[in-house]
Design a protein around this ligand. Structure first.
Ligand SMILES: NC(=O)c1ccc[n+]([C@@H]2O[C@H](COP(=O)([O-])OP(=O)(O)OC[C@H]3O[C@@H](n4cnc5c(N)ncnc54)[C@H](OP(=O)(O)O)[C@@H]3O)[C@@H](O)[C@H]2O)c1
Length: 310
């Protein structure tokens, strides 16, 4: 059990981060700054938890997190950069901002956090924890951008630990598919998750144990560890696994095209209905105008007659 620590935890409102928050809040003497953009569900979580609404995908956001933690605790014993998000999609677009958004959250923010944290520690002991991903070690169809953002973070953590100061422990988590909001964020249209799927409570528990034990890497799925070795010695196993996952992406693409077709049909029906309503309104407007004109005409005649009588 991690205790007597001042902790910053990003992505604390949901999934793996939320499960980690529950465990950390139970630790004796822990004080936690729990960060996410939406913090309604963790606002009054526990007396030792301060919820902090902040977008960590910008330099100003990360700076604000450090400022807030320094104001609250003075020193940060453990900085757990867990926030991140995926896209599940066929990568076939030229949307620079979409690519940029993913890398800012998943890669640049945790890299910048390292540099900030080293300065914050100024030689004192500290722990930097990252949630990377199994997909940061093994690319997956449908996750091209996400894979690349996590591979980049994985490359960074591997290189930086070769030059990091001795006062810093770096612990990285490599979860396989975990049953969180992750898959809802990845695409609004439901899709098949990669195999296997774990519970976030299990993943968070393994990560906190790994941090406590000073481990460099934490693999919550034994099956992934075994598969990595197996795929290393027998690459056709990986090819077979990729084939299964590619088939899932193909099924998803079909589902998406049916979904888009239906959406187009619905929009076409709505446009037709709109036109009908428009026509009816026009007719009503014309008959109302006619009626008014007739009434105005009659009124004119009446006034004329009355004026004649004077
Ligand atoms: N679930 C999986 O299968 C899986 C597998 C491997 C790795 N991971 C990694 O695990 C980490 C946690 O994901 P999860 O599965 O627990 O997903 P989740 O349930 O969607 O949680 C993501 C958390 O990150 C926060 N967040 C996202 N963008 C943020 C931003 N710009 N600024 C601040 N907070 C932000 C979210 O809160 P707000 O939206 O309110 O900001 C939420 O608290 C991520 O790094 C993810 O890539 C997940």
């Amino acid at each position: 059990m991690i205790d007597n620590k001042t902790i910053v935890l990003t992505g604390a409102s949901s999934g793996i981060g939320f499960e980690a928050l529950k465990l950390l809040a139970r630790g004796r003497g822990n004080r936690i700054l729990a960060v996410a953009r939406h913090v309604d569900n963790i606002q009054y979580f526990a007396s030792n938890v301060t919820a902090f609404s902040c977008d960590i995908s910008t330099q100003e956001g990360v700076d604000r997190v450090f400022e807030k933690a320094e104001e609250l605790f003075g020193k940060i014993d453990l900085f757990y950069a867990n926030a991140g998000f995926p896209y599940y999609e066929e990568f076939n677009y030229t949307d620079w901002d979409r690519v940029d958004a993913m890398f800012r959250t998943n890669t640049i923010s945790p890299i910048y956090t390292y540099a900030k944290y080293i300065r914050h520690l100024n030689g004192r002991p500290g722990i930097l924890a990252y949630t990377v991903s199994a997909i940061g070690e093994m690319a997956m169809p449908g996750y091209a951008l996400y894979s690349s953002s996590k591979f980049a973070l994985n490359g960074f953590q591997q290189a930086i630990r070769l030059e990091a100061p001795a006062n810093l422990q770096i612990t990285c988590l490599f979860p396989v598919a975990t049953d969180t909001n992750f898959f809802k964020v990845a695409n609004a249209v439901e899709f098949e998750k990669p195999f296997p799927v774990q519970k976030p409570s299990h993943v968070a528990k393994k990560m906190l144990e790994g941090i406590e034990q000073g481990r460099a890497s934490v693999y919550p799925s034994g099956l992934f560890g075994f598969a990595k070795v197996l795929m290393g010695v027998a690459p056709p196993v990986r090819t077979f696994y990729w084939k299964l996952e590619t088939a899932k992406l193909e099924r998803f693409k079909k589902k998406l095209s049916v979904y888009h077709e239906r959406l187009h049909e619905d929009v076409a029906v709505a446009v037709e209905k709109g036109k009908e309503v428009g026509e009816k309104l026009k007719e009503k407007e014309q008959s109302a105008r006619k009626e008014l004109d007739e009434k105005a005409g009659k009124l004119k005649e009446e006034i004329k007659e009355k004026l004649h009588g004077l």
